[in-house]
Design a binder for this molecule. Structure first.
Ligand SMILES: Cc1cc2nc3c(=O)[nH]c(=O)nc-3n(C[C@H](O)[C@H](O)[C@H](O)COP(=O)(O)O)c2cc1C
Ligand SMILES: Nc1ncnc2c1ncn2[C@@H]1O[C@H](COP(=O)(O)OP(=O)(O)O)[C@@H](O)[C@H]1O
Ligand SMILES: [Mg+2]
Length: 153
């Protein structure tokens, strides 16, 4: 496939958690999840993300029903590969999804879910170092939030 990236800006909302998360994942609002392009299949994707006008980091996104948790509602959540000082509920999350890693799977233990996610992170880091992906870090999409928004001008 040779898709252009899928860009979204969302306001990070909180707490649909069952319990302690295995990885921090910022949830996309329901309206975004329900209105994803039809050709986006469920599964694990990778790309770039920034919070507000902050630095652009590598990230992984999970889209689907999380078979391991048997969710009733489709979700979309992103784990940014960076350690933040604090959470960022209510802030603007800028996301550029650039590629697909794998379909969602069920696992027979939490440990195997965690090691799958760890594998996704390593694979995403590697792929995002390709020049074609690296250049997106400097895309105007991430720049606009760094400059003052000038009311349509
Ligand atoms: C990179 C990545 C890959 C994931 N892969 C799967 C998967 O294959 N199957 C699954 O059931 N959940 C998968 N998950 C979702 C986790 O189950 C999810 O983050 C967990 O339900 C925590 O949700 P919470 O943030 O709402 O607490 C993945 C999450 C990430 C970030
Ligand atoms: N590296 C990170 N990637 C994603 N979210 C992070 C990260 N570090 C801190 N957070 C914060 O953690 C929140 C997600 O935490 P999580 O435990 O998944 O709870 P929930 O998904 O139920 O809100 C994000 O909304 C964000 O505010
Ligand atoms: Mg989460």
């Amino acid at each position: 496939v040779n898709h252009s990236p899928l860009f979204c800006k969302i306001i990070v909302s909180g707490l649909i958690s069952h319990f302690q998360s295995v990885y921090f994942t910022a949830n996309f609002p329901e309206q975004i999840v329900d209105n994803l392009p039809a050709d986006i299949s469920t599964g694990i994707y990778y790309g770039w993300a920034s919070v507000g006008s902050g630095d652009v980091h590598k990230m992984v996104v999970s889209i689907g029903w999380n078979p391991y948790y048997k969710n009733m509602k489709k979700s979309m959540e992103t784990h940014i590969i960076h350690t933040f000082e604090e959470d960022f509920y209510g802030e603007i999350l800028n996301v550029a999804i650039v590629g697909y890693l794998r379909p969602e799977k069920n696992f027979d233990s939490l440990e195997s879910l965690i090691s799958a996610i760890q594998g996704d992170i390593e694979e995403a880091k590697k792929r995002l170092d390709l020049p074609e992906h690296l250049k997106l870090k400097d895309d105007n999409f991430f720049q606009v939030s760094k400059s003052k928004i000038m009311n349509g001008h």
